[in-house]
Write a protein that binds this ligand. Structure first.
Ligand SMILES: [Zn+2]
Length: 263
């Protein structure tokens, strides 16, 4: 299978086409243009940060997106910057649907018909999928600097290998929109943790978290050519624009999703 990812833009999200198109759907939502929805929250999918009346609307928005893409529902976790990864199977999958407050930062599954999402506003979303036919799984991982420090990206691939008998050589990873090295200014202490990808620019420290993730995945055995960096910075990308914590989006989140289509 070739690994040639392209953006396929829809009204309020784009799909990563070329990643196992026959069986999988992968994509990321972005921020609506000013005035497009009457308010700036109309493409927010985060339940855990929603309050009161908004929750209902966000629930139905999530359902709508899932249905639009041919899925039964959307599953997200209450992300807490941990290294906890769940395996969703046919027995427990509805528990995740019913309770979006399960705390964790990664979920892997081989169950068809559900979208698995990662909510981000600067952190790194990872979508993990098989390149070979016949092997069926998906993984959605939320990796901020804490998650990267605790190697959640490596643990997710490791768990996929163990659970589904997948071979690292045949695993693809999409790194979705997140704060790029162009904008990710950090304190000097970060350079102790992430030495190789920390750099000085105009006497300020910046961190290239994407390269940390990518380099470590490659060192672990994922082929470099099978890692797709989407190249969109959540803080400074203009078209499309994303929710960005550092730009003041403290409540709204972009949704990065992956799922196996129903037969
Ligand atoms: Zn940037």
């Amino acid at each position: 299978m070739t690994f040639n990812i392209n953006f396929e833009f829809k009204s309020n999200f784009f799909l990563y086409s070329g990643a196992n198109d026959g069986k999988l759907i992968l994509g990321s939502t972005f921020k609506p243009s000013a005035g497009e929805c009457g308010n700036m929250e109309c493409n927010n999918y985060a339940l855990h940060t929603a309050i009161s009346d908004d929750t209902k609307e966000i629930y139905s928005r999530r359902k709508r997106l899932a249905k639009q893409l041919g899925f039964l529902d959307l599953i997200t976790l209450k992300q807490v910057h941990s290294d906890k990864i769940f395996v969703a199977d046919s027995r427990n999958i509805e528990d995740f649907v019913q309770n979006p407050m399960v705390e964790g930062d990664g979920i892997i599954s081989n169950v068809e018909g559900y979208l698995f999402g990662v909510l981000t506003a600067d952190c790194v979303p990872l979508l993990v999928f098989p390149l070979s036919e016949g092997v069926s799984f998906v993984g959605a991982v939320h990796a901020g600097w804490r998650g990267v420090k605790s190697k959640i990206h490596i643990k997710a691939v490791n768990l996929i290998e163990k659970t589904y008998g997948a071979d690292k050589k045949n695993i693809g990873v999409i790194i979705g929109p997140h704060i790029g090295k162009c904008c990710y200014e950090v304190g000097g202490e970060f350079c102790d943790t992430f030495k190789s990808q920390c750099f000085l620019c105009n006497e300020k420290y910046f961190l290239d978290l994407e390269s940390v993730v990518s380099d470590e995945l490659e060192a672990f055995g994922i082929k470099g050519k099978n890692i797709f960096r989407c190249g969109l910075c959540s803080k400074c990308s203009v078209t499309p624009e994303f929710y960005s914590y550092r730009n003041g989006d403290y409540v709204n989140r972009n949704l990065n999703f992956i799922g196996i289509k129903r037969n």
